[in-house]
Design a protein around this ligand. Sequence first.
Ligand code: ADP
Ligand code: MG
Length: 395
Amino acid sequence: MKIHEYQAKELLAKAGVAVPRGIVAKTPEEAAEAFTKLGGSLAVVKSQIHAGGRGKGRFKEEPEQAGVVLVKSAEEAKENAARMLGNTLVTIQTGEEGKTVSTLFVEEGLNIARELYLGVVVDREMGGAALMLSTEGGMEIEEVAEHSPEKILKAPIDAGYGLHTFQATKLAFELGLEGPAIRSAQKFLPKLCRFFLDNDCSMAEINPLVVTGDGELVALDAKVTFDDNALFRHKNFEELRDLSEEEPAEIEADEAGLSYVKLDGNIGCLVNGAGLAMSTMDLIQFHGGEPANFLDVGGGANVDQVTEAFRIILADANVKAVLVNIFGGIMKCDTIVEALLSAYDNIGFSVPLVVRLEGTNVEKAREMLESSGKNIITAVDLTDAAEKVVGTLSA
Ligand code: ADP
Ligand code: MG
């Protein structure tokens, strides 16, 4: 689950991590008021969307307008806010459709001496959380990793204790920090790692992490993602969720207990089991097709859930064919066919449907399919199924 920058900063501040002072604004007038309240001569107006790259991003409706701007007066804050609110911001992370900005965060402008990169991730090699730092603040970490990987410092975070002071001190020296900035890092880095652990984050990225003119480390940007599997431990996070940032079909699927991820292709997939779903998508691609989604109905889905799954797949206008691939274990093949036939009648299939079934009750299920008299293409195995579904598109 992703949250907005202003929400992340509020949580970080509570955890004792230094962030700039800021005020949320939903109208141009509120942005002007926020500038005045902050009381400085410089403020930053920041679009709140679940994507980075806002500073370099531009609005579709206002091609000159950036998603993050420095302003020097309340009037300027108001004018920029008017060009941002309600408009669509396109950044390298949003895709070309962009994201609508409905909230702004107005922040005090800081006196920046250095910009660093900080990211906490779950690291496969280290087998746990790891703190990454780099002197290349403001740059995409993927780019740094590709062109100058030696500039990325990495330290393991003890899952129980957090980051030790000696680790923070060593990293501060390696980053070339001096005097008060070293002392600031000794506080900032362990607090941030503690925040990551205490909130079951899957990612916390501070890019840039700045060193101010006074040698103070401050989180200038904050991108925080929580581990969905741990959300039950943090009931208070529910109110931080912004459903307008999420794919509507994914929200519906989530409510129906289905694992669904929308993709860009045109072959809808209904599969039981995540592994089988992945290999089905691989095979579709291998045979020249593009999956429209990942959909795992799970091991014990019932007729209602499967019907809902069909409804979600068929509601996607990009879907030009559907492949059902079921390996009946706990899930019985006839349950799938029952749902499939009822979906066929209730929702209607206007696109070709290829079905491959194997496992528990497969004979009964095949019989049901055959005697239904419906226009359904059956396949004997996974390769056959992939070939047939891709074939319906070129036919
Ligand atoms: P994004 O990563 O989405 O582009 P950031 O929050 O990193 O957004 O902001 C982009 C840039 O704007 C930063 O790299 C920094 O140079 C500048 N900036 C952001 N917030 C402030 C601030 N409070 N004071 C001064 N400069 C800022
Ligand atoms: Mg940033």
